[in-house]
Ligand binder design. Structure first.
Ligand SMILES: Cc1cc2nc3c(=O)[nH]c(=O)nc-3n(C[C@H](O)[C@H](O)[C@H](O)COP(=O)(O)OP(=O)(O)OC[C@H]3O[C@@H](n4cnc5c(N)ncnc54)[C@H](O)[C@@H]3O)c2cc1C
Length: 603
């Protein structure tokens, strides 16, 4: 086993080659030099526009009055000159507000050391990771003796709620700092593998969708990557490897293994009784968690992939209230995710709910969720928000090309693979329309294949019009994909049958599928929750006397969003049901004997 305790920085420091770190294939920032602390002239233009102008918000200086307000949530702390406040990969003590002295925030990697920023009196060290006690992505070092105030993560969340104005400024700074790290492309884990391989794309997609800074080095062209592969004696067939910020080296890990190594997933406390467990962190689950958290319920959210659900896959949501210029699904969902964490909601991502059972003990009747391999969540109520998953095409050898040439997601990661090429996209709904429009801006040509006779029957008018106006999208209605041909997982030719019944072969290396979704309810199959004929969860009065419209046949188990039978499959509807279910939860918990927190004597 290669996994050990060696720190990659130490290894990378050996690799002080002039080209170390070049040829990164990271989609985020594409190996931009870290820009913090650079002169304005040195900041890359795109970053300059988006962030450099907000430097004052990113690194605010608090007034004396602000520091007094902050003091209520803080404890004094001191560091000697040269002492580490935190090392990348370790959990920081909290947000550290400097009273005297200076702290340097440092990105150490790729064989060199970059100072991101230096915090002096009135400034604070911290990043989004500190909101939920996750490991730091950067080093913080006292460059001279410092006296400071440390606000630990729970108290930081209290501060944000109780001191709205100060909390808003701190929250904005934490978010902007994370955006800065994402754009720098030099923080977080390093994936080393063959560019475009299915596993590299899988890991890259997982980190990107979870808002985790990372970089990717191409094992075939990057000298730093090649040296590391040689040093670790990794057989190229076993790539990719991942170097985690804590120094661990993983060989082609699963998402859960990677998340655990990065400290994103922590063990679940089997003794804790939550008011509510929410399965799914799409728009419905995140809305429920924000409202539950803000109204004082103890909530835990599980998602087996990433926050954002299907909405996170949307290149641009234009019909969500309040965003007249549209917003990317990932950006909208990241806001909700941070908001839920601000209200103390516990996130377990990625981890899968596998079975819903019931139990009765000293704490009263409650539900148990079997999670992952052997963990258990105990909760007095359960919200099923597990949404839907993409439908697969009924073509024999599809699996052979999935991940590398067949995609269910059209993000900058996939778009980069397809630059300058012709791609095919199958589907006729809004998700297909959005993806086609996005890809058209990134690739040479999009062939949009639809089985029906017109797009208008299933797609919003604004998207139909936009597609018609896009010169490099060719729409073929009445068309079915008949075969995929290629080698070693790489698609070379796509065959389709056109309206006239003729089979056409076209050289296509990337195929995008947006052909609808089936409910994610397999995990409920043996739990006694009633489903409709298509597998969606049934709710409402017909499930039993006195049932809430969002309650299933099992009292205290609710279903919201796309997974619910008869729901409107839209972000706004999912968010609305997420808000609505919290009122139902309050009523249920009150009737069932008080909140878990009350039972445990915490309130
Ligand atoms: C590409 C695309 C573009 C779209 N664009 C728009 C748009 O512009 N406007 C609009 O209104 N709607 C749009 N939609 C539809 C919209 O995204 C959905 O209606 C919405 O996301 C549904 O939210 P949800 O939370 O109910 O479910 P989902 O978004 O499906 O989220 C469910 C979550 O549950 C998780 N999960 C499933 N099973 C388990 C389990 N056993 N354990 C743990 N976690 C589990 C999944 O990983 C997922 O993250 C789009 C959809 C797609 C695919």
């Amino acid at each position: 086993m290669i996994c050990g305790d060696r720190h990659p920085d130490a290894i990378l420091r050996l690799l002080r080659q002039p080209d170390a770190g070049r040829n990164s294939v990271s989609p985020i920032g594409a190996a931009l030099p870290i820009f913090h602390g650079m002169s304005q002239a040195a900041i890359p233009v795109s970053v300059n526009r988006s962030l450099a102008g907000r430097r004052d918000q990113m690194y605010p200086t608090l007034t004396e009055a602000d520091m007094e307000r902050l003091r209520r949530f803080a404890e004094p702390i001191s560091y000697a000159a040269g002492e580490h406040v935190v090392r990348a990969g370790d959990i920081a003590p909290g947000l550290v507000a400097v009273l005297s002295g200076h702290v340097e925030i440092v990105q150490d990697g790729f064989g060199h050391r970059e100072i991101i920023v230096t915090h002096g009196p009135g400034q604070f060290a911290g990043e989004l990771a500190q909101l939920s006690d996750r490991p730091s992505l950067v080093n913080a070092e006292a460059i001279e003796a410092i006296d400071a105030l440390v606000v630990r993560s729970q108290r930081l969340r209290d501060l944000m709620v109780q001191e709205a104005d100060l909390g808003e400024r701190i929250m904005r700074a934490l978010i902007l700092r994370r955006v800065g790290l994402l754009q720098s492309g030099t923080a977080g884990p390093i994936i080393i593998g063959h560019a475009g391989s299915a596993d590299v794309l899988r890991l890259q997609g997982f980190l990107a969708r979870n808002g985790q800074p990372h970089s990717v080095l191409d094992a075939d062209s990057d000298s730093c990557a090649m040296t590391l592969v040689e040093r670790f004696h990794v057989d190229p067939h076993y790539l990719p490897i991942v170097l985690c910020p804590n120094g661990k080296l993983l060989r082609n890990p699963g998402e859960n293994e990677l998340a655990r190594c990065m400290g994103l997933v922590r063990p679940i406390d089997p003794d804790k009784l939550y008011d509510v467990a929410i399965v799914g962190a799409g728009p419905a689950g995140l809305a429920a968690s924000v409202y539950a958290g803000s109204e004082g319920l103890s909530a835990i959210v599980l998602d087996c992939r990433a926050f954002g659900g299907q909405a996170g896959a949307s290149a641009r949501i234009e019909n969500y209230l309040g965003f007249p210029t549209g917003i990317s699904g990932l950006a909208l969902m990241a806001r909700a995710f941070n908001q839920a964490q601000k209200f103390g909601v516990e996130m377990v991502i990625p981890d899968e709910a596998r079975l819903l059972g019931g139990a009765s003990d000293a704490a009263g009747d409650h539900y148990t969720l079997r999670v992952g391999d052997d963990e258990t969540v105990r909760a007095r109520a359960v919200v099923v928000a597990s949404g839907a998953r993409y439908r697969r095409l009924g073509v024999e050898n599809l699996a052979q090309f999935e991940g590398s040439s067949v995609h269910y997601w059209a993000s900058p990661i996939e778009a980069k693979l397809c630059g300058g090429q012709e791609v095919a996209l199958v589907g006729a709904g809004n998700s297909a329309g959005q993806a086609a429009v996005y890809l058209a801006s990134q690739v040479k040509k999009v062939w949009l294949l639809a089985r029906g006779q017109s797009l208008a029957a299933s797609m919003s008018r604004y998207l139909v019009d936009r597609i018609a106006a896009q010169k490099n999208i060719e729409v073929l209605t009445g068309t079915d994909v008949t075969a995929l041909e290629g080698h070693d997982g790489n698609l070379e030719t796509l065959r389709w049958r056109n309206r006239a019944g003729e089979e056409v072969a076209h050289p296509i290396r990337h195929l995008f599928l947006f052909i609808g979704a089936d409910p994610n309810t397999d995990w409920l199959a043996q739990c006694g929750v009633m489903l409709d004929a298509k597998g969606f969860v049934r709710t409402g009065a017909e499930m039993g006397a006195g049932r809430h419209p969002l309650e299933t046949n099992r009292s205290g188990v609710f279903a919201i969003g796309d997974v619910r039978s008869g729901s409107i499959k839209r972000v706004a509807a999912a968010v609305g049901e997420g808000a609505q279910v919290v009122a139902a939860l309050h009523a249920y918990l009150a009737q069932a004997g008080g909140h878990a927190a009350a039972l445990q004597g915490r309130i």
